[in-house]
Design a protein around this ligand. Sequence first.
Ligand SMILES: Cc1cc2nc3c(=O)[nH]c(=O)nc-3n(C[C@H](O)[C@H](O)[C@H](O)COP(=O)(O)OP(=O)(O)OC[C@H]3O[C@@H](n4cnc5c(N)ncnc54)[C@H](O)[C@@H]3O)c2cc1C
Length: 574
Amino acid sequence: KIYEDVSDLPGLEHDFIIVGAGAAGNVVANRLTENPNFSALVLEAGVSNEGVIDAIVPFFYANLIAGPNIYEWNYTTTPQVGLNNRSVPYSRAHMLGGCTSHNGMVYTRGSAEDYDRWADVTKDPGWSWDSLLPYFFKNEKWTTPADNHDTRGEFNPAVHSTHGINSVSLSGSRWPVFENQVIQTTREFPEEFPFNLDYNSGEPLGVGWIQSTIGGGKRSSSATSYLGPQYIQRPNLHVLLHAQVSRLLGPQTTKGVVTFGGVEFSQGGSLFTAKASKEIILSAGSVGTPAILLNSGVGDKNALTALGITSVLDLPSVGQNATEQPLTFASWSVNSTQTIDPIEQNATLFDEVYAQWNASHTGPFTNLWATHIAWTRLDASSPIFENVTDPAAGPKTPHIEILVGTGSQSGDEPTGNFISFTMVVLTPTSRGSITLQSNNPFDPPLIDPGTLVTDFDRFATRESIKKAYRFVEAPVWKDYIIAPTVNLLNMSTDALDEFIRNNSSPAAHMVSTAAMSAKDASYGVVNPDLLVKGASGLRIIDASIIPFMPSAHTQAPTYVVAERGADLIKEKWK
Ligand SMILES: Cc1cc2nc3c(=O)[nH]c(=O)nc-3n(C[C@H](O)[C@H](O)[C@H](O)COP(=O)(O)OP(=O)(O)OC[C@H]3O[C@@H](n4cnc5c(N)ncnc54)[C@H](O)[C@@H]3O)c2cc1C
């Protein structure tokens, strides 16, 4: 059941206390309460997702991140050197479902090599691609697209599952003219941009049809799927909203191992304590989880002491190693009326399309703007590799992602037709951090995503722009494209760097702030079983434990971490 008020809860002591009802937290809550003998309480700081139309209609997703609102933590980064010292918004959802309730819904797993690297660094083969594939299948419920179109040749059914929980589908409405342009590019430039039937097969390189966490024309979030009606009625599953966890309480150290007595949270201005008889599980995400640890005295001893926080467990890696992908845009005006722009420019047309969505959950609003994704590598002979070791997990792992779709980049051009590409550096070498500004746990943490700090990331961003322009050099675009909205190709390297610093942003995919490492490693925050090093009864299951950024958007990787994490807990307490 979902509760709004702490006084309605059937008690504050449960087998498991889960902090955060996001991508990971809801998976863990669902899977643990499959056992009727386990009771779980999820503490979520944010508000309900129920009836929030911008979190339901796929095309409206950008509305929730357009500016400060009650569904957001409304964070801002520290000044980013790589962005001309700009402080930029850093979106984190403050609602049931966490960022899966407001994210871009793009469903990408990354490469098999990404996960094999996780297995290598943690010395746990259970984190390899082959071992995790069954967990991707537990998560994913492959679903017919909203328009029921013939999807043969657009994906490989052998690498998908129809028996999971979270809906994933191909686009539910079409842009045939534009889509033909993209597919024709793969024929004209088969070496650089080969067609890939399914980029979620473990071998993403090439151009494939976009897959999204959308089902029946609506967003599928961890709240709508894992807390769906058939699960939320379980008598052993409790979710409390408006409950912001400040810290872990009552540390006791026995033989060098710390155990915490409970979790402190605030609701309506009062503080409460929840207790776990088996485990406390932190699933507050890459920003929230390290912040809670630091506020609890778990982190770098010297830094905490300087803030007046008593050190309980000296784990210098907490909040460090923050890894985030930088993204940049390019757009072109085009000689085609078959783009999303007329719908955004004409209120009557917009209302008609919205009415269609309301009536049948079909039409252009069942989608994102993008139709395909191109995954590509930097050229092996790139000069950057003279000084930098290739950060990709292997030769079948992309460095660059180009999301391609119709519509102007801003969505508010008064007239004209456009196409827009989003370029992402998937394998950044820059690192940032999550730290505290004070010893008040309700002060927002200092968020430094470390965007575009390194030469590699700046080089790869410039290359991602060149690759995007190369894509539209295929002959098929000749009469289609009118002109770039800003000509990035004619710029000097210095001018392009300046453009990038002024226009790039972090992709909101932060990982690794409480990273998993091998049991005997001298760094890291959790062991391969996701238990916090040096603590007992405390586990972390969310994007923060990811040891290396996968060449992907991060919801599918987080879901798979949570599916396996829940199994590790069940194994321990069976
Ligand atoms: C704007 C945006 C767009 C994105 N687009 C995509 C995309 O298209 N595809 C993709 O794969 N990924 C995307 N992502 C990333 C993806 O959504 C995240 O990687 C994923 O949700 C991380 O899951 P998580 O469980 O670690 O954290 P979250 O999903 O963030 O969940 C954490 C939860 O914990 C709660 N919480 C935090 N602190 C506390 C506290 N102190 N007390 C109680 N509760 C707390 C939060 O309110 C939140 O509900 C996007 C992210 C954002 C922000």
